[in-house]
Design a protein around this ligand. Structure first.
Ligand code: S3P
Length: 426
């Protein structure tokens, strides 16, 4: 589906956005692990989280959804049943990688499959540490899906030093360790999002600039009730739209402000963004607050290596902010972007090149600058939700608007993107 966007003059109003994708996935998974009934409010109702729900239903959990309200009857330790057929993870890296850690500890065989994009994404990063814990996993020759996970008679704890900054890899190891009596440790130099640690209440030690995360069967979850804070990654698109349209004031309530996710706000504020944060509180171990975003003049700034894991999902929309900001936008140390729902470095560079901007592509990033006026623009989403929404925002900011091809992929993380934008953009 091709979606057309007209120019918007200003953004005014208040929004309560749907639940954070990473937290929603984990809430459903941990509720499914716990024995008994859990209730999740504001659980993201989008394809990715629904892939997680579908997989846990196949494993025997009774899960009911009514909009953002999800009720889960979890099965408890060793309570899952062998699914009929394969577990289909759709487009969702988080579903496939986190569930792999859980499935290693079950006493039945399962096969995980995914859509075309997920079937090309690297899985060796979870297979290697899980195999070193004694898991029995087979994959395609290229270490991609489908993955078949067999029962292991020798699953054991490990101390695992992370090789890539990835919350999905970290969580896969922690979730396998959650089923074992002894302590499994994950050691990370670069801090990736820490929702698994927060929601399971894991012990985290800081030592010589590294974080050591400990997990054992003692951390196995009990049923709970929680409200998922609004997704800061979805908020980022509307934040940039408000920052760059005339006399805007956008209020976003109950936004997830976990410090491993707020890098986007730090970088935008350094670029000159007027973003006020009020009413901060703690909610199930996660910080939340209200954001007030006002129209601002932005200037590109250096983006340091350490912050990359924290902004990895926001780089597409950050680069759009960079295109409208003074100076050249440049991002490096971000090779991980090549392994997302699309090769995001390629997807961004090709779209920017296509509309005549000056682009330099690197193995681990790119730079872009130039003038956007006076061209008719059609962008390609590469079936990647974050690329689609980034170029929707770019289109709305241009005086002649623009179009995004294959826009329906926004169903992956924010099916209501168009109505949210329409309710505040004028
Ligand atoms: C996620 C971790 C990140 C992120 C993804 C969600 C998670 O992936 O890009 O959208 O929920 O754990 P990596 O772990 O591959 O960096």
């Amino acid at each position: 589906m091709m979606q057309e966007f007209g120019h918007i003059k200003e953004v005014k109003g208040k929004l309560l956005l749907p639940g954070d994708k990473s937290v929603s996935h984990r809430a459903v998974m941990f509720a499914s692990l716990a024995r008994g009934n859990s209730v999740i409010h504001n659980c993201l109702n989008a394809d990715d989280v629904n892939s997680t729900i579908r997989c846990f239903k196949q494993l025997g959990c009774d899960i009911e959804r009514n909009g953002g309200l999800v009720k889960v009857a979890g099965r408890g330790l060793k309570g899952f049943k062998k699914p009929d057929g394969n577990l289909y993870a759709g487009n969702s890296g988080t579903t496939s990688r986190l569930i792999s850690g859980i499935l290693c500890a079950q006493d039945f065989e399962t096969t995980i499959t995914g859509d075309e994009s997920l079937s090309m994404r690297p899985m060796k990063r979870i297979i290697a540490p899980l195999e070193s814990m004694g898991a029995v996993i087979s994959a395609s020759d290229k270490f991609t899906l489908p993955l078949t996970i067999k029962p292991s008679s020798n699953l054991h704890t490990i101390d695992y030093e992370m090789e890539v900054a990835s919350a999905q890899v970290k969580s896969a190891v922690l979730l396998a360790g959650l089923h074992l009596e002894g302590i499994t440790r994950v050691i990370e130099k670069e801090t990736s999002r820490n929702h698994t640690e927060n929601l399971l209440g894991l012990k985290v030690l800081e030592q010589e600039g590294k974080r050591i995360i400990e997990v054992s069967r003692n951390n196995y979850p009990s049923p709970f009730e929680m409200t998922v804070p609004s997704d800061i990654s979805s908020a980022a698109f509307l934040i940039v739209l408000a920052l760059l349209s005339g006399s805007s004031e956008l209020v976003l309530e109950n936004v997830l402000l976990n410090p491993t996710r707020t890098g986007i706000l730090d970088v935008l504020i350094r670029m000159g963004a007027d973003i006020e944060i009020t009413g901060e509180k703690l909610n199930n171990g996660e910080k939340t607050g209200t954001l007030v975003v006002r129209n601002s003049k932005l200037v590109n700034c250096a983006i340091e290596k350490e912050i990359i894991p924290n902004i990895i999902d926001e780089i597409p929309i950050l680069s759009v902010a960079g295109v409208f900001a003074e100076g050249k936008f440049e991002i490096r140390n971000a090779k991980e972007l090549r392994f997302k729902e699309s090769d995001r470095i390629k997807a961004l560079c090709e779209n920017y090149r296509y509309i005549g901007l000056e682009v330099e592509e690197f193995e681990d990033g790119f730079s872009v600058e130039g003038d956007l006026t006076g061209r008719k623009l059609i962008f390609e989403s590469y079936n990647d939700h974050r690329i689609a929404m980034a170029f929707a925002v770019l289109s709305m900011l241009r005086s002649d608007g623009g179009k995004v091809n294959n826009f329906n992929c926004v169903e992956i993380s924010n099916p209501a993107f168009l109505s949210q934008a329409a309710s505040v953009a004028h």
